[in-house]
Every structure is written in structure tokens, then in C-alpha cells.
Design a protein around this ligand. Structure first.
Ligand code: URA
Ligand code: SF4
Length: 211
């Protein structure tokens, strides 16, 4: 009988997990079909004992090609907001709920597709292990996918952005919009306003880190 496909990535987590050995194991992950869709696994990166962890949805086109999280347009926007909020990139770890890029072709472009519940569940052990190993004091969920994965299916980012949510994941946990939603703003004025709200959320994060 052929072996059934694994239900999630948990069998791949090394018995004595460390960030380097978990990252290496994730390279070979085939726990869901997305390994065929993306170019490579894009694991989280940053300070190994980062006080602050950002969790996005999945790597985008640029991240898929580079093999690093948040290096494309959304990552650049995040970098700018961090700088404005006075948060040093050296205390930050960035990762995603899903580690492979899910996309569909549109002309010559690869258009991002939302991961589904099965893909999110399959990939979850990688994220849980990253949180356990980094043990951040503050976790920021970027956008609805990360927020609903970590804070519950009913969580509404629009209603509760920037609020500290009690959670066993870390002492301070909150959600805000995804930086790519700011890039999609319909006009310059909205983009400027949304960028300011995002930076204000990060200033609250900076304040929590100083406590
Ligand atoms: N969007 C994400 O959610 N994650 C990335 O790494 C890049 C863009
Ligand atoms: Fe494994 Fe996650 Fe990639 Fe699916 S998306 S193959 S679970 S690393």
C-alpha cells in the first residue's frame, strides 16, 4: 500500500529542534502540495532570540525567488514603518503562516492566491516551532490570515487592529493590517493615511517592547 500523505509537517520536526536544524528540515517539506507550486521553502529569519516576531501569510513572488521572507515590496514597506516607529530590525524575527508561495498565472505574472485551511494546518508545526524557539515577547500578526490562524477564525483585523489580545503564544499579541494591503490602496491619500495607521500600530509595539 502506498504511504498516505502526511497530515502535517510535525513528523519532520527534529527531535531536538534548533532554528538551524528546523530550517534545514523545512527545506525538504512536502507535507502539502504547495511544495510543487513554490520555488523553495521560505523559512522565517531574524534574530534567534528576537523580542518581536512578525507573522505574515505566505511568501510573495519576490520572497519565493529569493528564498527570504519580506524582501519584496511589502517587506520594504514593513522596513520603512519599523524605522519610523523606531524599532531596530536587529530585535525582529519575520516569518509566515505558510512557507511556500501559492500562486496562479495571469499572463506573465504570478498572482498570489490565499492558502486554504488544509495548507495552513499542514504548515502550522513550522510556525509553532519557530515561536517556541524564538520565544518573542511580542507577536504581531500581519493581516487576516495570520490573525485568524493564531487568534481564532472569528478575529476581525478591521475591528481589533492594534489591540493587545490575551494569548498563550506570547506576553503581548496583536494584529494589524498586512503591509501589502497598504500597497493596494486605491489612491495616494489613502495610502498615506493607511501607512500612518500602520506606523502608529508599530509605535504601540515599540512602547510594549520598552516596558
Ligand atoms: N507577504 C507576506 O505575507 N509574507 C512575505 O514574506 C512577503 C509578503
Ligand atoms: Fe510544507 Fe508548508 Fe511548504 Fe506545505 S507550504 S510543503 S506544509 S513548508
Amino acid at each position: 500500500m502506498p504511504k498516505p500523505p502526511p497530515k502535517d509537517a510535525s513528523d519532520l520536526i527534529p527531535p531536538r529542534p534548533t532554528l538551524p536544524n528546523v530550517r534545514a528540515a523545512a527545506k525538504r517539506c512536502q507535507a502539502c502540495h504547495l511544495w510543487k507550486c513554490g520555488t523553495q521553502t521560505v523559512f522565517g529569519e531574524g534574530a534567534p532570540k528576537a523580542q518581536l516576531m512578525f507573522i505574515g501569510e505566505q511568501p510573495g513572488d519576490a520572497e519565493d525567488l529569493a528564498g527570504h521572507p519580506f524582501v519584496g515590496p511589502a517587506g520594504k514597506l514593513l522596513d520603512r514603518a519599523l524605522e519610523e516607529a523606531g524599532i531596530d530590525r536587529a530585535v525582529v524575527y519575520v516569518t509566515n503562516v505558510v512557507k511556500h508561495f501559492k500562486w496562479e498565472p495571469r499572463g506573465k505574472r504570478r498572482i498570489h492566491k490565499k492558502p486554504n485551511a488544509g495548507e495552513i494546518a499542514a504548515c502550522r508545526p513550522w510556525l509553532d516551532t519557530e515561536i517556541e524557539l524564538v520565544k518573542p515577547r511580542v507577536i504581531v500578526c500581519l493581516g487576516a490570515t495570520a490573525a485568524q490562524t493564531l487568534l481564532g477564525r472569528q478575529f476581525k483585523v478591521t475591528a481589533h487592529r492594534g489591540e493587545f489580545v490575551p494569548s498563550p503564544l506570547a506576553p503581548v499579541v496583536l494584529a494589524t493590517v498586512h503591509p501589502s494591503s497598504i500597497l493596494r490602496a486605491p489612491d495616494e491619500e489613502t495610502r498615506r493615511l493607511e501607512m500612518k495607521r500602520f506606523t502608529d500600530d508599530l509605535r504601540e509595539v515599540a512602547r510594549a517592547l520598552r516596558k
